[in-house]
Design a protein around this ligand. Structure first.
Ligand SMILES: [Fe+2]
Ligand SMILES: [Fe+2]
Length: 170
């Protein structure tokens, strides 16, 4: 005699018809979700890089025009974004670098230290200047002096986009 429970299927072993279909479906969905999250994170990090280069461009344009007050404001914004971005990379990304990584953690950490130090020096230098500079030679000298920071930013971002972000698959 078949009990009510068996008739309803509650005590029956897992169905051989449904199980093989359910598992791949869930796995596929999870992989797709991970891929979407990963793509979004990568895009967010690259967008941060583009935003920092954009702020640097605004700071350099302000120096070209002799608008030191505007350059100070831009470098302040760059500092805020750079600190948050570096904290995220050092807290969540760099510790996940595999042994086979294209560049070791110390390379990224050294560049972060240098970027932070250069930006701090720049902000300090601008804090000692008047809010407007009319002398063309002075403006040109200031603009030229931003080139090492500009180049290190570009170089560092390129290294991360080819190395760090690829090596940890964000
Ligand atoms: Fe970085
Ligand atoms: Fe970065």
């Amino acid at each position: 005699m078949i009990s009510k429970e068996n008739q309803s299927g509650l005590n029956a072993p897992s169905s051989p018809v449904h199980a093989p279909f359910k598992l791949p479906d869930l796995t596929l969905r999870r992989h797709r979700l991970e891929l979407e999250m990963s793509t979004t994170l990568h895009e967010d990090l690259v967008a941060d890089h583009e935003q920092m280069l954009g702020i640097m461009r605004r700071a350099r344009l302000a120096l070209l025009l002799g608008d030191i007050a505007q350059a100070r404001e831009s470098l302040g914004a760059l500092h805020e974004l750079q600190q948050a971005h570096i904290a995220h990379e050092e807290g969540a990304l760099i510790p996940r670098l595999p042994a086979s990584a294209r560049w070791a953690a110390k390379v990224y950490l050294a560049e972060h230290g240098k970027l932070s130090a250069m930006l701090t020096e720049w902000r300090h230098a601008l804090s000692t200047l008047p809010s407007r500079l009319s002398d063309g030679e002075e403006r040109l000298a200031l603009l030229d002096a931003t080139l090492p920071l500009q180049h290190l930013l570009e170089h560092h971002f390129e290294r991360e986009e080819k190395g760090l972000f690829v090596d940890i698959q964000v």
